[in-house]
Design a protein around this ligand. Structure first.
Ligand code: BGC
Length: 939
């Protein structure tokens, strides 16, 4: 039998894969680093981040590839690893060697490696010590704790003190009770655990702040804690501290202000020292600093320096800074040496004054910071009008431009940013609405090359217009700097049909460039807010493509901060725009993201901690419901082409939230509450069907979303399911020729409905369309990130060209095409169902996920009378692998070349393979951990 003509081969990466940019970025940094002068730190920062993500990508890939003859051969021989068992990737509160841990009982995480299949950890032994070299834990010795969990292990030792460094290591025991060697020593630092640890005052600033102090000797250990609003840049003795930009993360400052912790031991010296802080306004729209420096000398004596009115302040070179409008920097106003000792303060310096505190509690920023992630060299520079130069980066992104120029003092160079161009080649800023997106650099003019980039603004753009440039700029006069929260990449997906890789490119760029300490709706126009609807639809996709655990932990706390006494929450978090109470399709971000945190990362403690607040939210919805229906809705299936009634969408989420709350109650053993919410969900279901299912038309309405939502979540009973499905199918296939007419809500669920009803082929048809409305239509029209709406619009109306919300389908790539699913009765990829949808002419697809429990992968190909499938299952996990048999007969299955199944029965038992059965058009193979290479052949 001929399944497909084309031979299986390596997945072709996207033609616009991000690595292209990383590569260029590194290249450009190497070229420019030596000339970057005062900006070397920023440049090298970017190298580090790029390099780090490159390394993690390489590690991920290597882990995957070592398993996978189809993907690549490896020099790492299995024999050399025989019996090797080792914990790796040690983390605390989801982070690697974090500073500033401010949870009294932090949680530990690690992953396990084992050279044998079918292995799992059966016990662990963990010690926490105040010394890096200790073999005993003076803080905690867990003893041999039995259990197969290597995540969410709660610290159980003596109380932790503020501002300390703790060291930890562990060993694990495998299925044969063999102990691994001790792991590497990992560490974490505590933050300031009590409000009384903050001795400083909130002080204001004209732009620059400095404080000089003298140390009798070099310190043994020093930590700086800084909350600088709106944004800060910290300097010590003339050196930039750390690599955070646009820090701290955005919160409702009346409720909470985040502080960052830096290890500054090596930056301090005996004698005079100077702390320098630049403040920008950011979302706070004002400047205020809270700062603590704890310095410990060799004898253990602690010196504290904190913010107070003895600090000196003066205006700096930044004349204007605004997130939407941009930054104006006059280099003539720089004060060289202001952040170093022995600076002769010029006129303008005066004592800082105390300012009103923002009001919120100080919490440690326990998530990756926003950073310059990579640097892009423009593709082209054009000169569409006299004196006007337009640079094209070839990619829509969030960040800013780095400028290099020399010229006369006082020359004002204007940079303006846009996503779009007019036909005449000039930039089109119409869709930015009131955001001016305009930076100015005014030259120092000392003859040297001046390298500048802004600090306290960011833009969403692909094109940069330069005017006022002295002479003619060159292509390398500008670089694009990609700026977003530095979440590590966690997923890889590719497929043989190139448009899917191109859509994945849109999703990845749309997603990451909308992570700016909160998930934003867009990054270019006058919004960039934490719109909760956008956040909830993208969260699952984001959790597959990036390590989002710490990020969403922070965001959920931000949501809780906005909850009112009546349980209501808000459309945006922090709440700036939109309403209270949130549209139910927006408010659902709270319970759903919390639940996704459990499903993806096994975060049970979060559910325990948030349960009461989530229950209050569901009770709020109940208080607004009438006879089981939740009718209020502002946006409903937002940006749909065919709009479904808002009350249907709201009631769907009322049901969804209630069901999820019942599941949460069950998880944390609140059985009676679980039953009560199950009952409430049942009542909502009955009301939903009574209200929305029309017996005359035998459907939930004439839109795709109206029928997809009840099918997705099981609101439709046996009575409605068939007719609703027919309506949906007809609408998709006959009325719209395999095109979606859904908005962000319907789009999130509809592909899953198609897969669960056995119609993945149709989902594939939809995704490979290139005419309106489709993802392919965006691509055909030059999109490099996802559009906000299906229509091609470029005027002053609502049409962001970088809005991640329609990217929710990215989760379907992994679940359906790569086939990687968490089993319904499991969490955190402990139990897996690997069930790829080998649709239509797709010849291969592969996906890998760096999950909280280790690397998971699946790569398949189909060809002439055969199907190959390779899988990677982490230690401690198990999987059911489905290989479709199509119409093949006389099946034979090999694993690593050995026949394991033929003549309808098991032939050889191989390590890790527990059972194989032919059922429902598939071979279903039950496996334990390890790497497998199956090949199914037949006639
Ligand atoms: C935002 C959206 C948001 C919506 C609310 C828009 O202006 O950009 O993405 O969810 O408002 O309907």
């Amino acid at each position: 039998m001929h399944l497909l003509a084309s031979p299986a081969g390596l997945p072709r990466p996207s033609s616009r894969s991000s690595s292209r940019f990383s590569f260029r970025s590194n290249l450009s940094l190497r070229q420019t680093g030596s000339k970057a002068g005062g900006h070397l730190t920023k440049a090298s920062r970017s190298v580090t981040v790029s390099a780090m993500s490159a390394i993690s990508a390489v590690v991920m890939l290597a882990l995957f590839l070592t398993s996978s003859p189809l993907l690549a051969q490896t020099s790492l021989s299995a024999a050399s690893l025989k019996g090797a068992l080792a914990p790796y990737d040690l983390r605390v509160e989801y982070l690697t060697n974090p500073l500033g841990v401010d949870t009294p009982q932090p949680r530990f995480f690690w992953k396990n490696r084992h050279s044998e299949r079918g292995q799992s950890q059966t016990a662990f032994e963990l010690i926490v010590s105040s010394s890096p070299s200790a073999d005993t834990g003076d803080l905690w010795e867990s003893g041999k704790m039995s259990g197969d969990s290597s995540i969410q292990i709660v610290y159980g030792g003596k109380p932790l003190a503020s501002n300390r460094t703790y060291y930890w290591k562990l060993r694990i025991y495998d299925s044969e009770d063999k102990a691994s060697p001790w792991s590497e020593v990992a560490r974490f630092d505590t933050g300031l655990l009590s409000p009384s640890d903050w001795k400083g005052q909130w002080i204001g600033s004209d732009g620059l702040l400095r404080r000089e102090f003298t140390l009798p000797e070099e310190p043994r250990r020093a930590r700086a804690y800084i909350a600088g609003l709106g944004y800060y840049e910290l300097h010590l003795n003339g050196r930039r501290v750390g690599n955070h930009v646009l820090d701290p993360g955005w919160t409702d400052y009346k409720k909470r202000v985040l502080y960052a912790t830096y290890d500054v031991t090596r930056l301090l010296r005996q004698g005079k020292n100077v702390i320098g802080v630049m403040l920008g306004q950011g979302w706070y729209k004002s400047r205020a600093l809270m700062f603590e420096l704890y310095i410990e000398d060799a004898s253990g004596k602690v010196t504290e320096i904190h913010s107070d009115t003895s600090w000196q302040t003066a205006p700096g070179p930044i004349l204007e800074d605004s997130i939407y409008n941009g930054e104006t920097y006059d280099a003539r106003l720089e004060q060289p040496g202001w952040d170093r000792p022995d600076f002769a303060a010029a006129a303008g310096w005066h004592q800082a004054s105390a300012v009103e505190a923002p009001g919120g509690v100080l919490s440690s920023q326990m998530m990756p910071a926003i950073q310059v992630i990579e640097t892009i060299v423009p593709l082209t520079m054009t000169n569409p009008a006299p004196g006007v130069y337009v640079f094209d980066l070839g990619q829509n992104l969030s960040g800013w431009a780095q400028l290099r120029v020399s010229g006369p003092a006082g020359t004002d160079i204007r940079l303006r940013f846009s996503e779009l161009l007019y036909d005449n080649g000039l930039i089109n800023q119409e869709n930015l609405r009131s955001a001016r997106a305009e930076d100015h650099y005014i030259l120092r003019g000392d003859g040297a090359t001046e390298v500048w980039e802004p600090r306290f603004t960011y833009h969403g753009f692909r094109y940069i217009e330069v005017t006022g440039f002295p002479g003619t700029p060159r292509l390398d006069s500008l670089r694009g700097r990609v700026v977003h929260t530095a979440v590590s990449p966690a997923g890889n997906f590719s497929a043989s049909t190139q448009i899917l890789n191109d859509i994945q490119h849109l999703i990845l760029w749309g997603q990451k460039t909308n992570l700016h300490s909160i998930p934003t709706d867009c990054c270019q126009r006058d919004e960039r807010m934490g719109w909760m609807g956008d956040a909830q639809v993208t969260a699952e996709e984001a959790m597959m493509n990036y390590d989002m655990a710490a990020f969403y932990t922070n965001f959920l706390r931000n949501i809780r901060d906005e909850q009112a006494a009546d349980g209501s929450i808000t459309d945006t978090v922090p709440h700036i725009w939109g309403q209270r109470p949130a549209d139910p399709a927006w408010g659902t971000a709270y319970p759903l993201i919390a639940w996704y945190m459990y499903q993806n990362y096994g975060d049970r403690r979060l559910i325990e901690d948030y349960y009461d607040s989530l229950k209050k939210y569901v009770e709020f919805l109940r208080s607004k419901a009438e006879n089981g229906l939740l009718k209020y809705s502002y946006y409903g299936d937002w940006v749909a082409i065919e709009k479904c009634p808002g009350s249907l969408v709201s009631t769907f989420y009322y049901y969804y939230d209630t069901k999820v709350l019942a599941d949460m109650a069950r998880l944390i053993n609140k059985t009676a509450e679980a039953q009560a919410y199950d009952k409430l969900a049942g009542d909502i279901k009955a009301a939903f069907n009574r209200e929305f299912f029309d017996p005359k038309t035998r459907s939930y309405g004439p839109t795709q979303t109206a029928n997809a939502l009840p099918l997705f979540i099981g609101l439709a009973t046996d009575k409605e399911r068939g007719p609703a499905w027919s309506e949906l199918f007809n609408d998709l296939v006959y009325e719209h020729d395999s095109h979606l007419t859904t908005g962000i809500i319907g789009t999130k669920y509809i592909l899953d409905v198609l897969t669960s009803t056995g119609n993945s082929d149709l989902a594939y048809d939809i995704l490979t369309r290139t005419d309106f409305p489709s993802y392919g239509y965006m691509l055909k029209n030059g999109a490099t990130t996802l559009w906000e709406i299906w229509q091609k619009r470029e005027g002053p109306s609502m049409n962001s060209h970088n809005h991640p919300m329609l990217g929710s389908i990215g989760a379907w790539f992994y679940r359906a095409l790569a086939g990687i699913n968490i089993a319904p009765d499991s969490a955190a990829y402990k139990k897996l169902v690997i069930k790829p949808q080998m649709v239509r002419d797709l010849t291969h697809a592969s996906g890998s996920l760096s999950t909280i429990n280790g690397e998971v992968g699946c790569a398949w190909s189909k060809g002439d009378c055969h199907v190959k499938l390779e899988a990677v299952i982490p230690v401690g996990s198990e999987a059911l692998i489905y290989i479709p048999v199509f119409k093949l007969r006389n099946l034979q299955l090999t694993e690593g070349g050995t026949v394991v199944f033929a003549d309808s029965q098991l032939k050889t038992s191989l390590p890790g393979i527990k059972s194989i059965e032919a059922k429902g058009g598939n071979l279903i193979i039950q496996v334990g951990s390890g790497r497998y290479a199956f090949k199914l052949t037949g006639e």
